[in-house]
Design a protein around this ligand. Structure first.
Ligand SMILES: Cc1cc2nc3c(=O)[nH]c(=O)nc-3n(C[C@H](O)[C@H](O)[C@H](O)COP(=O)(O)OP(=O)(O)OC[C@H]3O[C@@H](n4cnc5c(N)ncnc54)[C@H](O)[C@@H]3O)c2cc1C
Length: 396
């Protein structure tokens, strides 16, 4: 076993492993509403790396929750599952927020002061004066995971106590989290900073950390800035929402050729598995340096998806894909839509190049996204009201 495989531990990038994990979650889901904020022990599902790459689908998690009990009993868990969908739908409707984040990373690379650079180096090397922050940083780098409450404390300390730019913290998370996700990550960091719900920020408090770590960490008085102001509004949370592109439900499509990519390693609908498939490898993401652990996880998830189709060819440039389409007599190739992030622009370029050879790249969507993205037009609570109504009907 390699060092990286060893460190991935029980989190194996395979659909069967994700489904096995899901099937063992009855107790965790049953007591989720009361236990989820405690960071110690199995208080949450740890399904996020599987959901992120769609090795396990949201609909499968919701079906599992339905089997556990009445809606009210599992409501908090279900709410979190579709919170992730909310962030994705929200960003699909405002891709400019993602582009602004990437643009800011570009300028920060050139404009960061020497003092900021020193604090950044200490923070990312787990060498600050805050032992709990250092421990969380080391845990993130060695496991690729942090509990949600720890992510909130980490981001808050980063922004308000260490006074580092939130974008660099978001980049650090995205480089190290196995579940690193453009929507959940960028928008959660913005939420902690007070940019997403304008004027409302999240301040990590010593007593909250002591309580929910069961006393493992007790920050000293005055160590954390518990009275910082939210970051100045950048106006991006109020940009008008676009209507997200929604294609056909993948279940209704019978493709002659399939294009696979790292954003969706999920089960292919019946009509897809016999079609010849091509995997398009996308160049490394701009301004990001995924850790070895993350690279191994993504490669594993892709290999797992490949093993579920009959044959798959691997290509890195548009000409090769076009030749492959020609050889397979395909004038149309279908993929699941890559959402806002690193893969979507690369597939946009590929589609343009394929079009010059008479081949159309078409996107299908997952049923869950088709149902819930259109509800993510404003804040989370109106979204949840509409989503809970639809979900309650599934429980009847
Ligand atoms: C600063 C910050 C950055 C984050 N970055 C990411 C990220 O890159 N990728 C990511 O998947 N999540 C991110 N989250 C959300 C959340 O922390 C993780 O989804 C969750 O901790 C995953 O652990 P779990 O699977 O045990 O979650 P559980 O508590 O078991 O929840 C079940 C599922 O619901 C979803 N979920 C739970 N909490 C949230 C939440 N607050 N927001 C959105 N979805 C949620 C996840 O898909 C999760 O797997 C971030 C949160 C913060 C505060």
């Amino acid at each position: 076993m390699t060092d990286i495989e060893d460190r991935l531990g029980t989190t194996v990038p395979a659909r069967t492993a994700g489904l096995a994990q899901l099937s063992a979650l009855a107790e965790v889901v049953g007591r989720y509403a009361t236990m989820r904020n405690y960071v110690d022990g199995p208080t949450t599902s740890r399904l996020s790396p599987y959901l992120r790459r769609r090795l396990v689908l949201e609909d499968e998690v919701l079906a599992f929750a339905r089997a556990i009990g009445p809606f009210e009993r599992v409501e908090k868990f279900v709410q979190e599952v579709v919170w992730r969908t909310y962030w994705k739908g929200w960003l699909e409707a405002r891709p400019g927020v993602w582009n602004a984040y990437l643009a800011r990373l570009r300028t920060l690379a050139d404009t960061l002061s020497a003092a900021d650079r020193d604090r950044l180096a200490s923070a990312t090397a787990a060498k600050t004066d805050l032992p709990y922050f250092n421990a969380w940083c080391a845990e993130l780098k060695s496991t690729g995971y942090l509990h949600n409450h720890v992510r909130m404390w980490f981001a808050s300390v980063w922004i308000f106590t260490l006074k580092l730019p939130w974008e660099l913290g978001a980049r650090f998370f995205l480089d190290h989290l196995l579940d690193g996700d453009p929507a959940s990550n960028t928008l959660s960091w913005r939420w902690v900073a007070g940019l997403q719900t304008t004027g409302k920020h999240y301040l990590a408090r010593a007593d909250n950390i002591a309580k929910y770590t069961n006393g493992q960490w007790v920050p000293k008085p005055g160590e954390l800035d518990e009275s910082a102001r939210p970051l100045p509004d950048d106006g991006l949370a109020r940009v008008p929402a676009l209507k997200p592109a929604v294609g056909l439900n993948g279940d209704a499509v019978q493709p002659r050729a399939v294009l696979m990519h790292a954003e969706d390693c999920g089960p292919l609908p019946n009509g897809w598995t016999d079609a010849p498939a091509v995997r398009y490898a996308v160049v490394p993401p701009p301004h990001h340096a995924p850790s070895g652990l993350v690279e191994a996880w993504v490669a594993g998830a892709c290999a797992d998806a490949d093993a579920r189709v009959r044959t798959v060819a691997h290509f890195r440039n548009a000409n090769e894909v076009a030749d492959w389409c020609r050889a397979n007599g395909a004038v149309e190739v279908w993929a699941f839509r890559p959402l806002t992030g690193f893969v979507a622009p690369a597939l946009f370029d590929l589609a343009r190049e394929l079009a010059t050879t008479g081949v159309t790249l078409r996107y299908a969507d997952r049923g869950h996204d088709i149902a819930f993205f259109p509800l993510a037009t404003k804040g989370f609570f109106p979204y949840w009201e509409a989503a809970a109504g639809a979900l309650r009907r599934q429980w009847m």
